[in-house]
Design a binder for this molecule. Structure first.
Ligand code: D61
Ligand code: MG
Length: 428
């Protein structure tokens, strides 16, 4: 639920959020009739809000292939992430998962909530998978085999060096990029992108997640999930979990800034990957998560909140990104704005300040050299939000309608209506 305070602070979030709500409603109505496809699309909406909407706007046969690709890998990841499964049980499943997707009889119960339902009714995903064209099946099986083997390797291996870190992120996200490039090519809509650029698309997203989810991962029960490379955090603390303790705040933020600086190196490849795409729906599918990532990195940089709770972009800004991202000019504009915002937070006393600024300058230069910045719609929040009369009028009309509707259905006293649930959001 979005707070009235957030709307008040960012009135221009309202319209994109209403559009997003309607788009989500429409997407839910488009669930196919056949039971196994109905299961797959309803499950997609449950296990991935962020990717479900961008997948839904792809053309039919590519959409079905990407939907199944997502659910197969999400099921594989559910086995990897379930820290209650013994290693000698988990590793063989990860290694053989690429064969299990061909067998609707295969079943392994694990995970929690919707992830558990995905595992318990995985036969629906296998049935749908077997209906896909051979080109799609081959690409999905190949990536599933390589990701399963990579995940198995890191079940018994710690992420020590930055090379380990890049290797792990390649297995769990870089390979998704390689697989998607194959699916886009198999659909006849795009040339086959290079593995290097496809891999960077995954690493930029995964590293952003690993940075943002530090606290959730380190507090995982029964066993911590640790993906930050020892080569980086050992420069600041003796144990990775020490970063979450109050007394280590200064060192923790310096380590965080070091991790963000490392993630920024992939941005250039991502911009090159996206600028080569031709199909508008595929472009939006690739661009929206990337803009969310650079926005999230700008939010996490120099932000002690990463060690106190989960830091997330506010829903209004997410809605704006989804609503506004149509062309490469929008991507250059967003990467430019969020990089400048991050740069404004760099304190020269930070041990990595020089490297951070270098990596940001490289991004800013690509965006400037694109010659498209003048057309851009800015994401930078004005210090004082401009309240235009019409917007205030819209808010009042909506509230008046709410009031009228409320009094129409049950004439109660005025004060109950205003007790709207109040959610604290870390605003950018
Ligand atoms: C273009 C468009 C989308 C792209 C892309 C290029 C390149 C890579 C990716 C998406 C993948 C980005 C992953 C970032 C989020 N991290 C995770 O979900 C981690 O699990 C990784 C293993 C399973 C990957 C599942 C996946 C994700 C997105 C997809 C996809 C498959 C298939 C098609 C399209 C998008 C993370 O999981 C967090 C969680 O459990 O919720 C983890 O366990 O580390
Ligand atoms: Mg995982």
């Amino acid at each position: 639920m979005v707070s009235l305070q957030a709307i008040w602070r960012h009135p221009d979030d309202l319209y994109p959020m209403v559009k997003l709500k309607l788009a989500a409603r429409r997407a839910e109505k488009q669930i196919p009739a056949e039971p196994h496809w109905a299961f797959c699309y309803s499950m997609l909406h449950k296990v991935s809000r962020s990717f479900a909407l961008v997948i839904q706007q792809l053309d039919t046969d590519l959409r079905d292939a990407v939907c199944i690709f997502y659910l197969v890998l999400r099921a594989l990841d559910t086995v990897e992430d379930d820290t209650s499964i013994a290693t000698e049980v988990k590793v063989p499943i990860l290694m053989a998962f690429h064969r299990h997707i061909y067998d609707p009889e295969w079943h392994f119960s694990c995970g929690t909530k919707d992830y558990k339902v995905l595992m318990d009714e995985f036969h629906h995903v296998s049935t749908a998978f077997l209906e896909l064209g051979n080109g799609y099946q081959d690409a999905i099986e190949d990536i599933t085999m390589r990701m399963g083997a990579g995940m198995a390797k890191f079940i018994c291996k710690e992420v020590e060096t930055i090379d380990d870190y890049d290797e792990y992120c390649h297995y769990v996200a870089g390979l998704v990029g390689l697989g998607l490039s194959k699916l886009f090519h198999a659909s006849g809509k795009e040339d086959l992108a290079s593995d290097t650029l496809s891999n960077s698309m995954g690493l930029f997203l995964q590293k952003t997640n690993i940075i943002r989810d530090y606290l959730e991962d380190i507090n995982e029960i029964p066993k911590s999930r640790m993906f930050w490379p020892r080569q980086i955090w050992s420069k600041y603390v003796n144990k990775l979990e020490d970063l979450k303790y109050e007394e280590n705040s200064v060192k923790a933020v310096q380590c965080l800034n070091d991790m963000v600086t490392n993630a920024l190196v992939h941005a250039e490849d991502c911009l090159n990957y996206m600028s080569a795409l031709r199909d508008p729906a595929i472009f939006r599918f690739c661009a929206i998560p990337q803009i969310m990532a650079i926005g999230t990195l700008a939010l996490c940089y120099n932000n002690i909140q990463v060690f106190r709770g989960v830091v997330k972009m506010r829903r209004g800004l997410t809605a704006k990104v989804i609503d506004r991202t149509k062309t490469m000019a929008d991507v250059y504009g967003a990467f430019y704005d969020f990089s400048r915002m991050l740069k404004s937070k760099v304190d020269d006393a930070d041990p990595n300040a020089k490297k951070t600024k270098e990596n940001l300058e490289a991004i800013l230069k690509i965006c400037r050299d694109s010659g498209t910045l003048s057309q851009r719609k800015s994401y930078i929040i004005q210090s004082k939000p401009q309240y235009n009369a019409t917007l205030i009028a819209v808010i009042f009309i909506i509230l008046a309608l709410l009031l009228a509707y409320q009094s129409a259905i049950r004439p109660t006293n005025i004060c109950t209506i205003w007790k709207v649930p109040y959610v604290i959001v870390v605003n950018v």
